[in-house]
Each structure stands twice: as structure tokens, then as C-alpha cells.
Design a protein around this ligand. Sequence first.
Ligand SMILES: Cc1cc2nc3c(=O)[nH]c(=O)nc-3n(C[C@H](O)[C@H](O)[C@H](O)COP(=O)(O)OP(=O)(O)OC[C@H]3O[C@@H](n4cnc5c(N)ncnc54)[C@H](O)[C@@H]3O)c2cc1C
Length: 318
Amino acid sequence: MQTRKLERGGRYFISSGKAQDAVDALVKKVKKFSKILASFDAKGVKKSNDFTFIISYGNNSIKSKNLILACGGASYPSTGSDGSGYAIAKSLGHAIKPPIPALVPIVLDKEYLKELQGLKLKNVEASVISSGKTLSKEFGEMEFTSFGVDGPIILTLSRLISEEISGKKLILSLNLKPALSKEQLNQRLLREIDKIGRCHVNIMFKELIPVQMIRSFVNYCEINATKRCSQINKVEREKMLNGFFDFRFNMIKTKDLKEAIVKRGGVVTDEINQKTMESKLVKGLYFCGEIIDVDAPTGGFNLKAAFSTGYLAGSSIG
Ligand SMILES: Cc1cc2nc3c(=O)[nH]c(=O)nc-3n(C[C@H](O)[C@H](O)[C@H](O)COP(=O)(O)OP(=O)(O)OC[C@H]3O[C@@H](n4cnc5c(N)ncnc54)[C@H](O)[C@@H]3O)c2cc1C
């Protein structure tokens, strides 16, 4: 039997750390009371006159009184959830909200990316800004990649912006010192300048931001890096403070569905009985998991939704 371990943020993981062990444990449990048809690729479903479903796969078909569509969404198709479940649901009369990427990395304007690629940031605050308005804000971890940004807080932000990004100018703003007020950071800068006034500006930044970020940060703030700290004037200090609290990048787009961990859209929830997961349109048809137009932030909530709706659909059939 698999044991579990509790990690930071109240998250449980399989002790072995292997996802396959979770799959094996679930399959073993299901096999105790059910037959599993492996490599079963449903091509289509028809409802016959005697109210049974005829499910075709390969050159064969099987009949069933009830059917649970648990085909997943359309993101990360390499895992098998390629959107074919939507075609089946549609053929049975259900409306599908077109899927769009939800938890997905974000592509940024190329500026600074060459220097920042691979840099991981912890305890930063990232905001998405449109026409001067903050749409969403997240605190935590993120990383720069060759194309833009990824990591927990970016994925969470992407969930809310994938609908917004088309045709709009969106900005990603990083607060590198979210625990400090502007006045506290100003005092810290003044202390550093006082301490190492004869050193170049670059040296001072080593105390304040990751070394890999210094070059792009200095360029962003339009500071001459070869200046000595004691030569920094009030206007330049103000520019630095703005840089620390509001380091901006232009967003181009989110990555597409095939790189999204989760999608938005799917079988519309109005057509599903939330107490049983049965279709309100087709008797004996049930839905569970990501095929439904439900999505959640990172943190295990999508798996939880899949397990809970799966349990509900299964126990409703009896
Ligand atoms: C890389 C990655 C990381 C993730 N990390 C997390 C995380 O940390 N926390 C979290 O909560 N969620 C996470 N998710 C999302 C989570 O995995 C999904 O929300 C969840 O697996 C959805 O479960 P599901 O059973 O609805 O669909 P899926 O797990 O996608 O399973 C659907 C199954 O149906 C099969 N199928 C599809 N079409 C057919 C067909 N026509 N005939 C027969 N079979 C078919 C597929 O092959 C697949 O096996 C992650 C997803 C990815 C891709």
C-alpha cells in the first residue's frame, strides 16, 4: 500500500514521489470490482432506441445502459486528453464552450530575456496591468524562460488573463520587494550608498537583487552602472525605487493549449445536474473531470474537481 507525505502548503504527495505509483494504486483498486478495457479509444457514441449507448472503438463497439464521459479537456494532448470527448458530447446534443488555455506559461517581449533566462525568483509579487488597471496579483515563486515566464504565480495569473490578452496591451509588473514600503526601501538604499559610496552601483545591487538580474535591472532603471554609489542623485534613486516595485515587461500572448496544464471551457455546466453529474439532456449520460467547463488555480484543485465529480458520477449510477 502506498503511503503519503505532507508537504509545504498542506499538499499531500505519494511517499515514493512517483506519479506512476498513484496511477498503479488507482488501477489496482478499480480492477477489484470492474473490468478495464485498456487502449480503448472511443471514436463515437450513439444512443439507440432502447436507450442504451453504443460506443464505437476501432472496428468494434460495446453497449451500455449508462455512460460517463471522463475524457479530460483539450490541453496537454500528449496525455491523451485531445478534445475528442467534446466531439462525443456535442454529437449527443451538448453545448461546448470553446476551450482556451488556463494554467499556461506567458510569452513576453524579448527585451531582457536573454539575460534573465533560467532565473528563479521567490517571494515576489507579480501583477497583470491593462490600461493602468491591475487585473490580478499573485505572490510567490516564478521563473524566467527562453520565451517569457513560468512557475506557480505565472500559471495562476494566466488563468485569468488568457481571455483578456487578445488585442490588448497587457503588462506584467514585478514587485521585487513586496515586504517593504517605499520609505523603508529608500532608507535601505541610503544606508547602502553611505556604506559603499566609493563602489560602483553594480556592487550595491548585489545586496539587493540576484546577480543575474543586475544588468537588465540597471538598464531598465536607466542608471549608469559604472557610476559610483555616492554619485547617485535623488532622481536616479527614485528610478531605482520604481524599478524595485514595478519592473515591467510587455506580454505578447500565453502559450497555446498544448502547453497548458488546464483549459477553460468545455461541456457547459447548465446542462449537467450538479447533484448527480447526469446530463439534463440525455438520460444515463454522465460527465466528470476536465471535460466539464470547470477550472481552478494551481494547488491540486483541478485533480480534486476530477476526483470529486468522478466519485459523484460513479455513485449516482450505483
Ligand atoms: C503537466 C500537468 C501537470 C498538472 N499538475 C496538476 C497539479 O499539480 N494539480 C492539479 O490539480 N492538476 C494538475 N493538472 C491537471 C490535472 O491533471 C487534470 O485537471 C486532471 O487530470 C483532469 O482529470 P480528467 O480525468 O478529467 O482528465 P485526464 O486526466 O486528462 O484523463 C482523461 C483520460 O481520458 C482518455 N481519453 C480522452 N479521449 C478519449 C476517448 N475518445 N476514448 C477513450 N479515452 C479517452 C485520455 O487518454 C485520458 O487518459 C496537471 C496537468 C498536466 C498536464
